[in-house]
Write a protein that binds this ligand. Structure first.
Ligand code: HEM
Length: 579
């Protein structure tokens, strides 16, 4: 098989399993399921910062050698650690998240009044979205991606199920019980926050243990992951404090002057740090652009992490102290600066290097990732306008709601969709279920988000019923977009792939080209012959089902320096003795 820049790795592995050792050496088979990455070699080399020419030279040498003395052939397994987190996030956002949000929005639109709905419902929606939709997606992806970018094994994998159990219990209890006026059950709201603390401490422990166990030289993205974990832990403690307030004072709503800045601390702290870390590590290859400008990215890190606590404290105290109010108005400038500095550092809108222009691959996710950063610019602009609107005025509340939507749907949800559409097929070594559905999601979500963000601003400026109506409709367009995405991704996650093997008829004679799997499959008694000749791996059924389907007798005997003639003779004796 002649290797070129568009050679798909899993096809090469299929026809030349001896190349697996080379891919393993360069840590290139860390994703892709049982058959290996469904990616062109040139792209993978760029994404993993491996020199393409040296890689191809080594692959050709391995093929020429045909495996030779006992080359270790790793087993490829599909790691589904992310799946339950991502699937649950989809269920949550399509129920208590976006659907509930769309109903709330329609109700507000019909009533032409934002204060017509109990704020506890909005907070339940908000909590389900930020900890459920966004939180679970990031946790699932992080558990899969971080060990791979750190070239190590995930530590304490057995704890991830416990983490999952606790976070789901906490989320369900909180979302259902916060708006419910049944005082007898209020203690369960507190229990919900304790469940979330346990889950998030477990997640933080697993991720930090994995990062610290890595022998890789720390990359610029490392500190973003670590800062993100710290902000997640801080958010969870604040969340506990807020539920304590609900329980102690027997109320359904958390005061807005605490809840709203808390939402931003969680988003700017935990969510932005994780998204920025993964973008720094992957966007240059995904968009075929130059690597990041480290100075600009580092500046973002420090300015943002210093500004976030000031932002939170100043906003919580703004209604009580003019100094705090001025700080809350002034701090948005360094935060906006940090966001623009990151966009400049990431080169997200810069021309492609054209290094991969000859590489044939699906790039539909690229527009989604770039559009997400357009929405981040919209977020930064609204943030900069906020201090000039009367503090606590109606128009400021409307702009605040638009800012929230531009950042949660425009930037974060768009980024989740862009990365999920790229990464999950990569994790599995397959293509996305439907590119047409991906494009429909892109168009509908941007349309819905645009209508929401700008109609809500117009509602703030002059409150015309028309703008309320457009706003009310936008939620259903976004629901359609996320439902299509959920369906498309769910179908993709459910695709299982077996190592392809051509159907073979009844074997009457074993030759050098016969696949070892077919021999044992049709004549199980030959397994002992394999073991007698030293093919110990054949004892492992997974090994037989995977490598056995691609390895011929010739390949196997070459790998294990076994006399092929003698081996074939004994095997054929065995199967003929049965007749
Ligand atoms: C995509 C469809 C969505 C719809 C229709 C929707 C609807 C709403 C509505 C009507 C409000 C109350 C009005 C306002 O504050 O502007 C609201 C608030 C909120 N939403 Fe959503 N939302 C959606 C998506 C999201 C997402 C994806 C997230 C988070 C990841 C989110 C998090 C929040 C939060 C935290 C609040 C409360 C903000 C505050 O009070 O400070 N929403 N949403």
């Amino acid at each position: 098989m002649e290797i070129n820049r568009n050679t798909i790795i899993k096809d090469l592995i299929e026809s030349h399993p001896e190349t697996l050792a080379v891919f393993k050496k360069y840590n290139l088979v860390i994703a892709g399921g049982v058959r290996g990455p469904n990616e062109p070699i040139a792209f993978f080399a760029k994404a993993h910062e491996v020199n393409y020419d040296i890689l191809v030279q080594e692959l050709n040498e391995a093929i020429a050698k045909g495996g030779g003395e006992a080359v270790e052939i790793p087993t490829l397994e599909e790691d589904k650690i992310y799946e339950k987190f991502v699937k649950t996030a989809i269920i949550l956002t399509l129920t208590v998240g976006v659907t509930f949000g769309a109903i709330i929005l329609s109700y507000i639109a019909v009533k032409l009044n934002f204060n017509s709905i109990y704020y506890s419902f909005i907070q339940a929606h908000g909590h389900a979205q930020i900890f459920g939709w966004v939180g679970l997606c990031i946790m699932g992806f992080a558990l899969y991606i971080i060990p791979r970018v750190k070239n190590t094994e995930l530590r304490h994998r057995n704890l991830t199920n416990i983490c999952y159990g606790f976070i789901i219990s906490g989320l369900v209890l909180r979302t259902i019980l916060q708006p419910a006026p049944h005082h007898a059950f209020r203690f369960l709201v507190l229990i919900s926050a304790i469940c979330e603390i346990v889950a998030i401490c477990l997640f933080a422990f697993i991720i930090l243990q994995t990062i610290f166990a890595s022998k890789e030289k720390p990359g610029i993205f490392d500190k973003f992951f670590k800062a993100g974990i710290i902000w997640l832990l801080i958010s969870t403690l604040i969340n506990f404090g807020m539920t304590l307030h609900l329980y102690k004072h027997d109320v359904l709503e958390i005061p807005k002057f605490i809840f709203s800045p808390f939402v931003h601390l969680y988003l700017f702290g935990f969510v932005f740090m994780f998204i920025f870390a993964i973008n720094i590590r992957t966007v240059f290859a995904f968009l075929d652009i130059k690597p990041v400008r480290e100075k600009a990215v580092n500046l973002t890190f420090w300015v943002l992490n210093i500004s976030i606590p000031i932002y939170f404290i100043a906003h919580v105290l703004a209604h009580r102290s003019i100094i705090a109010l001025r700080f809350s108005q002034g701090i948005v400038f360094p935060i906006a600066f940090a966001l623009f500095s990151f966009i400049y550092g990431l080169r997200i809108f810069e021309r492609s290097t054209k290094e991969l222009q000859d590489v044939v691959m699906d790039r539909s996710y690229a527009k989604t990732i770039r559009t997400a950063y357009l929405w981040l610019i919209v977020t930064a602009v609204i943030l900069l306008i906020m201090p000039f609107l009367g503090y606590d005025s109606d128009i400021q509340h409307r702009f605040h709601g638009s800012l929230n939507h531009a950042v949660t749907v425009g930037f974060i949800t768009m980024m989740i969709i862009g990365y999920a559409s790229k990464m999950i097929p990569t994790f599995k070594g397959i293509d996305m279920y439907s590119l047409r559905l991906s494009n429909m999601t892109f168009i509908l979500l941007n349309t819905g988000c645009f209508l929401r963000v700008f109609s809500q601003i117009l509602v703030g400026i002059n409150g015309k019923p028309l703008f309320y109506a457009v706003m009310g409709a936008s939620g259903w367009i976004e629901l359609a977009a996320l439902s299509i995405f959920g369906y498309n991704l769910w179908k993709t996650m459910n695709i299982t792939q077996e190592v392809k093997s051509p159907a073979v008829g009844k074997l009457t004679e074993i030759t050098k080209d016969t696949k070892v799997f077919d021999i044992v499959e049709q004549y199980p008694e030959t397994l002992q012959v394999f073991l007698d000749f030293g093919f110990s791996q054949m004892a492992n059924p997974v090994m037989r089902k995977t490598m056995g389907k691609v390895a011929s007798v010739e390949m196997a005997t070459k790998m294990h320096n076994v006399d092929i003639e003698k081996f074939l003779h004994v095997l054929n004796d065995k199967i003929n003795s049965k007749k």
